[in-house]
Design a binder for this molecule. Structure first.
Ligand SMILES: [Zn+2]
Length: 366
């Protein structure tokens, strides 16, 4: 019988344990994938450090790429784009599986459907063991959006697609269009950096990145940003700075990946008439924002929130990466030095180094 090694997360402060389980017999509609590479998302690090709570024991890791090992009867024979799916194909898949006929799925929010199953977030149970990236195998449930990738994109970059890149694609969808608009992006972490590149490719007029870290802002400049502003306390007021860099013009798209209340309030206060703000970063408990309803109305502002993404965003993310993986230095964002056996070191490094992403190679290094 086939077995799979997996790194089990038990609780904050406890090391991962490397265990071995039998690969279960596939049920109708399922796909068995041999994981090749997993990047550690910020939410994985937050679970490890205790900022987020997940039911344990669990397998973390949801930014995953792998190769199809087996297709059960009733498994999809085509991916989301209509390409054939066969054993040996390299694939990535959405963070979620949910019934496409649910009300939530029909209104474009499958990631909030009542039967939602999230890879890298589920408890290990006797009948449900392999559902995360930090294991040799992953069983894809029925109704998981899967995409076959044929482009020679490196594994670390492919792994980024199904959380970071897809979430950014979703935030651009909610912004309606960034073409010929001035865009502000706050938080130059992984998502913010990808957003800079994506807005550049989508025809934004001027892209302004804000952060409190000069090193991150320097990185953003390599991803299509026109101007960077350090928001450190004591710095020049943001409004004055904008008047200097885009004189006489306004910002009509604001994308917040920082999750900092002061920053989100500042964004709304400087948004031009008809502007849209999309909040993506604030996925942790925090104070309520102070927003003037009068200003919201008079300036015809729109404020939207996004958690995860839908299938359209996932496909947009794959296509963005296929078309642009050579255009920007994405490789520099992933620290590619760890294997599954060194999972504890990988998480420690991720928390201490400030690296945009830490990668974990699951199979053998070639
Ligand atoms: Zn994630």
């Amino acid at each position: 019988m086939k077995t799979s090694k997996l790194a089990v997360f038990h609780a904050k402060g406890l090391p991962f344990t490397l265990e071995t389980v039998s690969v279960p017999a596939l049920r109708e509609g399922e796909i068995l994938v041999r994981n090749e590479y997993t990047t550690l998302c910020r939410s994985d690090l937050n679970t490890f450090s205790g900022k987020r709570i997940e039911k344990t024991p669990t397998i973390l890791g949801h930014e995953i790429v792998g190769v199809i090992e087996a297709l059960a009867p009733g498994a999809p024979t085509q991916d989301c784009r209509g390409a054939a799916l066969r054993v040996g194909d390299r694939v990535t898949w959405a963070i979620y599986a949910s019934n496409p006929d649910s009300w939530m799925a029909r209104i474009g929010i499958p990631q909030k459907a009542p039967d939602l199953f999230k890879y890298g977030h589920e408890q290990i149970k006797p009948d449900s063991t392999l559902h995360g990236g930090l294991a040799e195998y992953c069983v894809l449930r029925k109704h998981t959006p899967v995409v076959r990738i044929d482009e020679p994109i490196s594994l670390p970059l492919m792994a980024l697609i199904n959380c970071s890149v897809a979430t950014v694609a979703g935030s651009l969808r909610l912004a309606s269009s960034v073409r010929d608009r001035n865009v502000i992006i706050t938080g130059a972490g992984m998502l913010g950096i990808i957003a800079c590149a994506m807005c550049r490719c989508a025809g934004a007029k001027r892209i302004i990145a804000l952060d409190i870290d000069d090193e991150r802002l320097a990185t953003a400049k390599k991803f299509g940003v026109d101007f960077t502003v350090n928001l450190k306390p004591g710095g020049q007021a943001l409004k004055e700075k904008l008047a200097e860099i885009i004189p006489g013009e306004s910002v009509t798209v604001a994308l917040d990946y920082s999750g900092v209340p002061d920053t989100m309030e500042a964004l709304i206060s400087l948004l031009g008439i008809g502007g849209v703000a999309v909040f993506i970063g604030a996925t942790f408990p925090q104070r309520a924002l102070q927003i003037s309803a009068e200003q919201l109305i008079r300036n015809v502002h729109t404020i939207k929130g996004l958690h995860n993404y839908n299938e359209q965003d996932f496909i947009a993310a794959v296509e963005f990466m296929e078309q642009n993986f050579r255009r920007f230095p994405f490789e520099n964002l992933v620290h590619d030095k760890f294997d599954l056996d060194a999972v504890n070191e990988a998480f420690d490094y991720g928390l201490k180094s400030g690296a945009h992403r830490v990668g974990v190679r699951i199979g053998r290094r070639e």
